[in-house]
Unconditional design. Sequence first.
Length: 323
Amino acid sequence: MNLEPEAPLRRRVWPPIRIWKSSMRAKWMLLLFLFSLTPLVVMGIISFSISRSTINEKATEYSEHLLDQTADNLDTRLGIYKEMMMQVLGNAEIVSMLRKLSDADPAQYDLDSLSLTTKLSTIVAINQDVQSISFISDRHYIKGIYRWSERTEKESRPFLRTLDDGDFHWYPTRYGTYVDSLNSQSTYVFSLAKQLYKISDGSPLGIAAVLDIREDVIKELVSKAASNNRDLQSFIVDGGGRLVSYPDSAMIGRSVSEVLGERGYAQIAGAGAGELKFPLKYGGRQADRQRQKSSRQTTGWSSTSFPSPRCTRIPTGSCRLYC
């Protein structure tokens, strides 16, 4: 019997069997690989979530620390200006000079005195933060150190509200030009004002002392606190929601809604004294945290800061925050 024809049949059957076994082995190896990889993926996701949460918490804590530091430094600096003002108001020679000047004919609105300027320079001019000091009544503008370029009743009227009581009054930032016999300077300033009283009996003189302080002082103070963190944006707003100090000077005096949006403005406008913390969404992007702290110096101002989201840009008026 001849069995040779069966050989090709065997050759046709065995190769598919080997392919099938090889395919099953590959599938099992793939399943084992995926099974072993799954825990690693899950652990990686969990670790990433924990790390991200920790980083966000640390960033928030850091921004809170900087904000507290900025607010405390601001309070200290404003307290120094109050002490300086009291040195002026409590100086008998200065008060006597001002009483004589205020008795001048009301037709002569703009007054000055070299003796007064010299005396004031020993108290005020040694502090480079001070741009000028002026004295205002309902009849006169009296130059102390550097006079305003515009010295009219219209310019002086807002400061006459100081005469309503004996409190310190803070006035928000404005752009002013100051002139002297030799030169002139233009800069942003904020003001501290207080009414003068007679040294003898404490009766009011009807004169308000106005201390104009360079806004750069606040800007430098805020920028130093945030100099090591480009993600942190800090600025100062007054009780009316206007920007008192901002990195871009062109924004000063404008509404904080142009920086934080209407929702952020509403949060600040409805806040009381102390600290306020709330999430902020602006321009369709979510910031980690918005935080506000009020000044203890009864300015009606508050320092505000927020960290920018990771790897995003938030437009803030004409400025941008970068991660």
